[in-house]
Design a binder for this molecule. Structure first.
Ligand code: XMP
Length: 510
């Protein structure tokens, strides 16, 4: 398969670069610069290499450098920003600190006539973000573009197919950035653009079939898009030898357990094991109010239930997980503080008897996983399911969790989802749900005083869930949801809308 290496020097846009390449139907993978040597690059057969940007100056001894042998591999290279400066430095050119503060934001770029700029007008807008600049290109390179403050905004050595651009073609503010990336991939690297979901699915199934020949595979199916797509892919590859265990912890939203069972039972038959463990979870959670304890209890109980089911199957050859690409990339970022202990199936390998781990989605971004799901025929509701935390509704009920509270929250949440679906808000929030708070307040029901519960509605807009803004939902949607919830859900006398962003709030309430 033709592929491009995105060699990561710590730039904030490394994933975006890989995305932009994949958008051109060329497969790209990111590797941190210290994780792959020129020899390994040669052996892997990349059609081209993109050096990412990075926060450093090449003259800073602590900045990431690279073996100049990479320039002699005969593989085309495009250096972006810091990557451009690094090429210059490795090739013996000169990088200097900008006289003023540097160049940031939209800048007019003037380009020469060159295959890298095929279809790009002589002047256009590009996005700049740099302090240092190239004061002298290395031997063999010539200047291919300039801006008012940057005499060498692009450079190239056609004989070795080495190129560098000081601006960021991967961001949309660079008007012709995607044309330039296209030119690098197709005009310079000679890619043919054969990466598509259909042929990716075929190849992935083929590769899994080979890797798992004669082996048994176990997968924890959560009903989330990742594990569902992994299940379909594996099922195509190994058929009956795949067993999926779906643990209903009793903390799912209305209709979800049934959706998962209805989707997968016809395909997997008795190879789908659905465990109703709701009582076990509820009794383990009885009386617990502290959020982190709830999460720990659920994570632990989940593993125990899964383990017990796995034991019944005896030894399995492979444990499968729906790990996706962003989970895998090691970009050298420092450890961040634990805000909430996330419960994922990632903790399972310690407790199950298996020989190998298979992660069939580890090359894909989330939206690619969804596209693959569609290609494999996964129902729309599952493909487009919004993220749902592993601990489920337990982190949306403040205070103690009881069966009664769960059933009332399920109703309130279903109403909110129905009203959002009916109201078609634009933009559609990326995640939305109801929370049963522990605030009680006075209300009036009929002619009498009522002392009831408060439901909070939450809807957020976000790209990556690391930060999020509260969604400006139409008042009509909020009004209908509020009125239906107070009318239809027993004991709820008040509905509030959560208008906090993340940070400082988080998406979930616990
Ligand atoms: P927070 O509340 O941390 O949520 O701002 C960010 C995103 O992560 C989801 N979330 C979880 N997902 N296991 C998961 O798989 C968890 O324990 C968990 N906790 C929060 C949350 O729904 C949101 O999309």
């Amino acid at each position: 398969m033709e592929k491009i290496l995105v060699l990561d020097f710590g730039g904030q846009y490394n994933q975006l670069i890989a995305r932009r390449v994949r958008d051109q139907r060329v497969y790209a993978e990111i590797k941190p610069c210290w994780k792959i040597s020129p020899e390994e690059i040669r052996a892997a057969g990349y059609k081209g290499i993109i050096f990412t940007g990075g926060p450093n100056s090449v003259y800073d001894p602590a900045s990431p450098h690279y073996d100049p042998a990479v320039m002699e591999l005969g593989i085309p290279i495009l250096g972006i920003c810091y990557g451009d400066q690094l090429l210059t430095w490795m090739g013996g050119g000169e990088v200097s600190p900008a006289a003023q503060a540097g160049e940031y934001g939209k800048t007019e770029l003037t380009v020469e006539d060159h295959p890298l700029f095929k279809g790009v007008p002589r002047t256009s807008v590009c996005w700049m973000s740099h302090r240092d600049y190239i004061s002298k290109p290395p031997v063999g390179f010539r200047t291919l573009a300039a801006t008012a403050h940057c005499p060498c905004a692009a450079m190239g050595d056609d004989s070795r197919k080495l190129y560098g651009v000081q601006f960021h073609p991967e961001v949309t503010h660079s008007e012709y950035g995607s044309a330039m990336l296209h030119n690098f991939l197709f005009e310079i690297c000679g890619c043919s653009g054969e990466w598509s979901m259909e042929n990716y699915a075929e190849r992935a199934v083929e590769a899994l079939r080979e890797k798992l020949a004669g082996k048994t595979v176990l997968l924890a199916l959560s009903g989330g898009v990742d594990s569902s797509v992994a299940a379909l892919l594996l099922h195509r590859a190994v058929g009956e030898r795949l067993t999926c265990v779906f643990v209903d912890h009793g903390l799912l939203r209305k209709g979800e357990a049934k959706l998962v069972e209805d989707t997968f039972h016809p395909l997997f038959g008795d190879k789908l094991i659905c465990v109703d463990a709701s009582e076990r979870f509820l009794s383990a959670l009885a009386g617990v109010t502290e959020p982190e304890r709830k999460r720990k209890i659920i994570g632990e109980a989940f593993i125990r239930v899964f383990e017990a089911e796995a034991k019944k199957l005896g030894h399995v050859n492979a444990l499968a997980q729906g790990t996706i690409y962003p989970d895998v990339i090691e970009s050298g970022k420092g450890d961040s503080a634990v805000i909430k202990s996330h419960h994922n199936v990632g903790g399972l390998p310690d407790v199950i008897d298996f020989d190998e781990l298979v992660e069939p989605l580890r090359e894909l971004f989330k939206d690619e996983v969804r596209r693959l799901g569609e290609t494999l025929g996964l129902p729309h509701e599952l493909v487009w399911r919004q993220p749902f935390p592993g601990p489920g509704l337990a982190v949306r009920i403040l205070g103690e969790i009881t069966a009664d509270k769960l059933s009332r929250l399920r109703e309130a949440d279903a109403i909110f989802r129905e009203e959002i679906a009916a109201g078609h808000p634009n933009p559609m929030p990326d995640q939305y749900f109801a929370v049963l708070t522990d605030a009680r307040s006075v209300g009036v029901i009929g002619d009498g005083r009522a002392y009831g519960d408060t439901v909070a509605l939450r809807a957020v807009s976000t790209d990556d869930f690391m930060t999020a803004a509260w969604t400006r939902l139409p008042y009509e949607v909020l009004e209908r949801a509020s009125s239906r919830i107070t009318n239809e859900v027993p004991g709820v006398t008040r509905v509030v809308y959560d208008i906090s962003s993340k940070p400082p709030a988080t998406v979930e309430w616990e």
